[in-house]
Design a protein around this ligand. Structure first.
Ligand SMILES: [Mn+2]
Length: 345
């Protein structure tokens, strides 16, 4: 079990680290999203503005829709092992060692220190995974599942350091918080999220422009793909279970990409009667990823375990092989055999 973290003490340790070091490398989880990029770039800019040497790195290029974020063009996607040596590593928004760029993990012993800033649940210590002696790496872990975004953690650190919130930093932090709260709609949206957002708007973040980039910037190809996927939508168990799938030919027909499918499951879960949503993605032939969402008590993480996957009670997933159409039948059969969906039509 993880010990309860003490905010003030941990922030103190982080500020000591930032005050005593001047060479940093910041990274975040692969396939970075709005919170990962926003927290990385705001900390990157803040460290740079305070005169530190700093590199922002992720092996995956960021999606075009994030190009508006100040500093996004400076994120490196390639890095030499030499340039990792003696840097102070900061890993953001990531609770899984498998979701960190391989160059970082393969060369972890080159770093001078490691700081992990994150807000995900189900955290298993990186240091257990890496089987590295903690004292060699001077680890700081600030893992706070009750905080809505990693961007919020960066905001706290910037405040603690007394660094100014420039317009560039404000845009990145606002984007991070807006993204991870689903535009201030998810259950993690707290009054403090609004308070911080209000300050960021005063500091130069424009909510209208940022919302346009985050939520209203789809390509025409993506919309065509969505229309094909929606045709596969089917409701079961008295419309309480919704399922749909994507097959490789749909991507081919529309020219859209996997990235375009990021929020497709929300079209199933936003149906009034639907309690459990299933979206099966066969991106390449025989390579499948299944997303599961639950509105109420049905535990989709437990269900995902039946297929070798996992996740959270309300959001889970698993990988599989074979065809989407075939797997779809199997999932329907299994789910309709389970409480509370086994007695309805
Ligand atoms: Mn996040």
């Amino acid at each position: 079990m993880k010990e309860q973290i003490n905010d003030d003490e941990t922030l103190e340790l982080i500020s000591e680290r930032f005050n005593s070091q001047d060479n940093f490398l910041i990274t975040c989880h692969v396939k970075p999203d709005g919170d990962a990029i926003g927290s990385m770039l705001s900390l990157y800019i803040a460290l740079k503005n305070s005169g530190r040497q700093v590199i922002a790195y992720n092996e995956d290029p960021i999606s075009q829709k994030y190009y508006f974020m100040p500093g996004s063009a400076e994120i490196l996607n390639k890095i030499s092992e030499d340039s990792l040596k003696d840097k102070n590593l900061i890993i953001l928004d990531c609770n899984d060692v498998k979701r960190v760029s391989k160059t970082i993990i393969n060369n972890i012993s080159l770093f001078n220190s490691i700081t992990i800033l994150d807000h995900h649940e189900y955290y298993v210590s990186f240091f257990e995974h890496l089987s590295i002696k903690k004292n060699l790496l001077k680890p700081i872990e600030y893992i706070h599942p009750n905080i809505c975004s990693t961007g919020t953690i960066i905001y706290k650190i910037i405040k603690k350091m007394n660094w100014p919130i420039t317009p560039q930093i404000a845009i990145n932090l606002y984007t991070a918080i807006c993204f991870d709260t689903g535009g201030f709609r998810y259950s993690n949206t707290s009054s403090s999220a609004f308070k911080i957002a209000s300050e960021l708007v005063d500091a130069g973040a424009n909510p209208y422009i940022i919302a346009n980039h985050l939520f209203y910037s789809h390509s025409e190809k993506r919309q065509h793909l969505l229309s094909l996927v929606l045709r596969t939508l089917e409701l079961k168990s008295g419309s309480r279970v919704g399922i749909m799938h994507l097959s490789p030919d749909m991507l081919k027909a529309t020219g859209a990409t996997e990235e375009d499918t990021g929020d497709f499951i929300s079209y199933v879960r936003s149906i009034e009667s639907v309690e459990v949503s299933v979206f099966i993605k066969e991106i390449h032939p025989n390579q499948i990823f299944v997303s599961l969402r639950s509105r109420f008590d049905f535990d989709v993480a437990e269900f995902a375990k039946l297929f070798g996957g996992g996740g959270h009670k309300k959001a889970a997933g698993f990988s599989s092989t074979g065809s989407a159409v075939k797997l779809r039948e199997e999932i329907i059969k299994k789910i309709l055999n389970m409480e509370p969906f086994n007695d309805a039509g």
